[in-house]
Design a binder for this molecule. Structure first.
Ligand SMILES: [Zn+2]
Length: 279
């Protein structure tokens, strides 16, 4: 072999030998870029095939809201610049995307106020049992008296409120803005906000899970909620994993939970969302 060819081969070998460490470096770079998406609890692991489509394996406890967002490393407290009160939390990835959307909206004269964000199991249990026992009135009624039978009572609550374990508010990807009435979003300032969201929210990753029922392929689920928005890149994964991991028979630990199986809560409510949120 000619000396020049030896030199060429030598450099080729060095280059090849270097390849694995270059691969490791680029994986590290990729991992750094998705650090905000990486769950840190022992049960949640990340399997990533690209930055654009992270694959996060969420635990059943996470899906059911059985963790504390205050101490979970993927969550952050919202600034009162964006939220109506202190003590609200979202996933970091969701809040970053929200802040970008908020900045763009402010330039168009739109002001978002987050009224509710992550609600763990126990928070949802207080809401649900309040309505179940009549301590919290529903349209001015004590449901324990006006609707004593358990299935109709659960269905009445399910018009707008989730059973604990099945709420998208457990996930840190979903939040409510400005007002809890559809009518607010149908005139004046509210309409301006809603129209802006319809036009721009998708480009920041947000979708409206609860569109009008019977419309756009949504025959089941909660009533329309113009105030509830979801960070689709992550909530899509959570919805898919809820479909395979969460069973109606897993739902328990609160009054009225025995109705979950006969209602088919996972199929009708967890999966009864706007199909655009799953694209
Ligand atoms: Zn909501």
């Amino acid at each position: 072999m000619k000396p020049t060819l030896y030199i060429y081969c030598f450099f080729l070998l060095v280059a090849c030998a270097d390849t694995p460490s270059k691969t490791v470096a680029s994986e590290k770079e990729l991992a750094a870029k998705v650090v905000a998406l990486k769950p840190t609890t022992t049960k949640d692991t990340i399997l990533m095939d690209s930055i654009q489509s992270p694959k996060i394996d969420f635990s059943l406890d996470y899906i059911m809201g059985k963790f504390d967002p205050k101490t979970h490393d993927d969550f952050i407290e919202l600034s009162t610049k964006h939220a109506s009160s202190k003590g609200m939390y979202l996933r970091k990835d969701t809040y970053e995307a929200f802040k970008k959307m908020d900045e763009a909206a402010r330039k168009d004269g739109i002001k978002f106020v987050i009224r509710s964000a992550t609600r763990p199991f126990n928070h949802q249990k207080r809401i649900w049992e309040g309505k179940w026992t009549g301590a919290r009135l529903v349209d001015g009624k004590d449901l324990s008296k006006s609707t004593p039978k358990v299935i109709p009572r659960a269905l009445r609550i399910l018009e707008y409120s989730s059973m604990p374990s099945t709420s998208r508010h457990h996930w840190g990807t979903d939040f409510d803005i400005n007002a809890f009435e559809n009518s607010y979003f149908e005139t004046g300032e509210g309409k301006k906000i809603y129209d802006w969201m319809l036009q721009h929210a998708a480009s920041f990753g947000f979708c409206q899970p609860y569109t009008p029922k019977g419309d756009g392929g949504r025959p089941h689920g909660y009533n329309e909620e113009k105030w509830h928005w979801s960070y689709q890149p992550i909530s899509k994964i959570l919805t898919q994993q809820a479909k395979t991991k969460l069973k109606d028979s897993d739902i328990g630990g609160f009054q009225g939970a025995e109705t979950a199986v006969s209602i088919g809560v996972v199929e009708k409510y967890v999966l009864g969302i706007n199909p655009e949120c799953l694209e």
